[in-house]
Design a protein around this ligand. Structure first.
Ligand code: SF4
Length: 327
């Protein structure tokens, strides 16, 4: 039987930001925010991209959507090369690939009603205007747990949870297949977070959506994702199916992150692995394995040689000198 085709295939994706200094703004270095990541996402799946803040997750999401111009690598969406697309093709692609931001308020115009903000894209893409546009917006508002009377309201009249529902409605109104959800619940009150997660799951099932779910919260990712990728200093250091990742993480960084997640089972006593220091600057990453300055398992070779990203199980990958490659 033929294996299903990935909806999104990312290979060697890089995004470097130039550091300019002096009166002549000479380039004195680069911040390697995303430094050669690979990932594949299958239709209807949720891929959880995790890591500490500043590890490059959000930059990766925006570069995949070509909201940021990549420095190198490739992004294939439904077999088409996103990075080679011209303006018109990209405009059409926006109907299929959308983003939900952490803080929808900052991306909403305070002088536009919610109906106008959500409906704008329908008009820009020539999909619907007038009465039809209004009907489409009202219908998506209802799908996202809002009321039709919200159409005439302004962003400041909404609570944080409602604003995120508006952000989701705006992403969904063009009926996309693929959504980058960038820390969609981390700005919300804990009591609201599960409502938004349930909404995303229901919408995924109803509309067959595929998610790249970016989060620093491993408990949330455990709940929502099918597959997990762990980022550190612009690179994916481990990539595995969810079950395998949570039961037997192989990279020391994943092990440290997971050791900090509280267990719901009081009988499970976990030994907390404390990460030393802060994430080093991506403009001057450590030599060899970039994690060696904080790693609790580092050995002599670690600062000298970059570990390869190895296949360590049937569908499990990690980059660490201590893990065995499987053929
Ligand atoms: Fe730690 Fe060395 Fe493995 Fe890097 S390669 S994660 S420093 S043990």
């Amino acid at each position: 039987m033929e294996s299903p085709r990935a909806i999104l295939e990312v290979e060697g994706l890089k995004k470097y930001f130039a550091i300019k200094t002096g009166v002549f703004s000479r380039i004195s270095g680069y911040v390697k925010a995303v430094d050669g990541i690979n990932l594949r996402i299958f239709p209807g799946e949720t891929y959880g991209l995790v890591g500490e803040s500043g590890c490059g997750k959000s930059t990766a999401g925006m570069t995949i959507l070509k909201m940021l111009q990549p420095t190198g690598g490739s992004v294939m969406f439904k077999g088409k090369d996103v990075l080679a697309m011209g303006k018109e093709e990209l405009r059409n692609l926006r109907k299929e690939m959308q983003i939900i931001f952490q803080d929808p308020y900052s991306s909403l115009n305070p002088r536009m009603t919610i109906g106008e903000a959500i409906g704008e894209a329908l008009e820009v893409h020539g999909i619907a205007k007038g009465k039809l546009r209004r009907e489409r917006v009202e219908s998506i508002l209802k799908e996202c747990g809002l009321d039709t009377y919200h159409y005439r309201r302004y962003p400041h009249e909404f609570s944080g949870g409602q604003r995120q529902r508006v952000g989701i409605a705006r992403a969904l109104v063009l009926e996309p297949n693929f959504i980058v959800a960038d820390e969609p619940i981390s700005a919300l009150d804990v009591s609201i977070q599960s409502q938004i997660i349930n909404l995303l799951e229901n919408l995924q099932e109803k509309f067959g959506l595929t998610f790249l779910f970016i989060s620093h919260d491993l408990s949330v990712v455990k709940h929502i994702a099918n597959r997990v990728g762990v980022m550190y200093l612009g690179r994916i250091v481990e990539d595995a199916p969810k079950k395998e990742f949570y039961s037997s993480p192989l990279h020391p960084y994943s092990q440290a992150l997971l050791s900090a997640v509280p267990s719901m089972n009081p009988e499970v006593q976990k030994k907390r692995i404390i990460l030393r220091g802060d994430v080093p600057s991506p403009s001057n990453p450590p030599s060899g394995c970039p994690f060696h300055t904080r790693c609790h398992k580092a050995v002599a070779i670690c600062p000298k040689k970059v570990p390869a990203f190895k296949k360590v199980g049937p569908d499990h990958y990690a980059s660490c000198h201590l893990v065995e490659e499987v053929i």
